[in-house]
Design a binder for this molecule. Structure first.
Ligand code: PLP
Length: 382
């Protein structure tokens, strides 16, 4: 039997994520369009985005916040290309995005002193192996495996190396220990449900010190350059962007920040996301055919919730048949208008990935879950 109730909103994609409840294009009516981004009005909007980001996330006053090109990838690569080299670096990878940064460092930057600490989908690498005098690059939340670091306790209090953190599916959903992080990056379309365009690049004073004291031996394109004559280009971190930003996307980011403010800020976003995860957790506990991909509950993501299918019949299928079954299940739910984009990532074990960040209503998650049972039963009958 098909469940009687449908989610009011079927948007459960892990990026771009669901827009905030009540969003409409009307939210963009006040965008600074057709004007220079360097006009007084344009710069004021960019500066406001930086100020609101700082206030809502609790970014320390002495950290720089920049709006940069190329979404989260752009922000991470600016950091890797500009900062790495003077110290050995530990690269952590436990899913696709972390593995991408390993490839950058090994195959593109070709650094000599690199330790790669890897783990399979569902696990974390051994964080106790991280050393204070080495740089470390990691994702806070591995979006494609639904495994996050539980906290920052494994980063020493007196580190000499920089901690470079891709936090794109963690900010506005998880607490970040700013005092232990030197670079934090994210993009607007994740968690906040903003529009994809720009990256946010947040730098600690120690990261700035590295930028001002070290010049990498490789060429840096203009899009990556954060210093001039050995000094930080401060303008980048006050709204004088390196190149032209989208003022429409910026307005949408400001709208998302305004909504976060209106519901009670970061704490409310975390609570909403945790409630979504709790709803899924209850259902998983009562459901024989699924389990979390993350093996340790302390590392389970509350944003990109990844589920594996543990049904014996499914396990007996070959890899192609398993992937085909998941595709059918996901297609069925999309055709019913119940859930969009909830298939696991292409490189992850075949399963489901449900976005549970704060823009998703818990009632919609609750309405979705019986449909998953229905769809699984239906594809097994076909
Ligand atoms: C952990 C992580 N890193 C990087 C990216 C790439 O982000 P973007 O498309 O904003 O460059 C994503 C996108 O989903 C992600 O989840």
């Amino acid at each position: 039997m098909k469940p009687a109730q449908r989610p009011a909103s079927p948007f459960f994609s892990s990026g771009p994520c669901a827009k905030r409840p009540g969003w409409s294009p009307q939210a963009l009516a006040d965008a600074c369009l057709g004007r220079s981004h360097r006009s007084k009005a344009g710069k004021a909007k960019l500066a406001l985005a930086i100020d609101k980001t700082r206030a809502l996330l609790g970014v320390p006053a002495d950290y720089r916040i920049g709006i940069v090109p190329g979404s989260d990838t752009g922000a991470v690569e600016m950091a890797l290309w500009s900062l790495l080299g003077p110290r050995g670096v530990d690269m952590l990878a436990w899913e696709s995005f972390g593995s991408g940064w390993v490839t950058d460092v090994l195959k593109q930057l070709r650094l000599d002193d690199v330790r790669t600490l890897k783990a399979d989908y569902g696990e974390l690498p051994d964080l106790s192996r991280i050393e204070d005098d080495r740089d470390v690059v990691f994702t806070w939340n591995g979006t494609t495996s639904g495994v996050r670091v539980p906290n920052g306790d494994w980063l020493g209090d007196n580190r000499l190396g920089l901690a470079i953190c891709d936090a794109t599916s963690a900010v506005f959903a998880m607490e970040l220990p700013w005092d232990k992080l030197d670079v934090v990056t994210y993009s607007w379309q994740k968690v906040l449900g903003g529009e994809a365009a720009h990256g946010m690049l947040i730098l600690s004073p120690r990261a700035v010190e590295r930028l001002e004291s070290y010049a990498p031996p490789w060429p840096l394109p203009k899009l990556f350059r954060m210093t001039k004559n050995g000094k930080l280009i401060e303008g980048i971190f006050t709204g004088a962007t390196i190149n032209t930003p989208s003022m429409l996307c910026l307005e949408d980011y400001l709208d998302a920040l305004g909504w976060v403010e209106s519901i009670g800020g970061l704490a409310a976003m975390i609570t909403r996301s945790q409630a979504n995860l709790a709803a899924i957790t209850d259902w998983v506990a009562a459901t024989a055919w699924v389990d979390f991909l993350a093996t340790d509950p302390a590392t389970r993501s509350n944003t990109s919730v990844c589920l594996k299918i543990v049904d014996a019949g499914f396990a007996a299928l070959d890899a192609d048949a398993r992937a085909a079954l998941v595709k059918k299940l996901v297609g069925l739910l999309e055709a019913e208008g119940v859930a969009y984009d909830i298939g696991g990532y292409r490189d992850a074990p075949p399963g489901l990935r449900i976005w549970a960040g704060g823009t998703v209503e818990t009632a919609d998650i609750q309405a979705l879950l019986p449909w998953l049972d229905w769809a699984f039963a239906t594809v097994n009958e076909i």
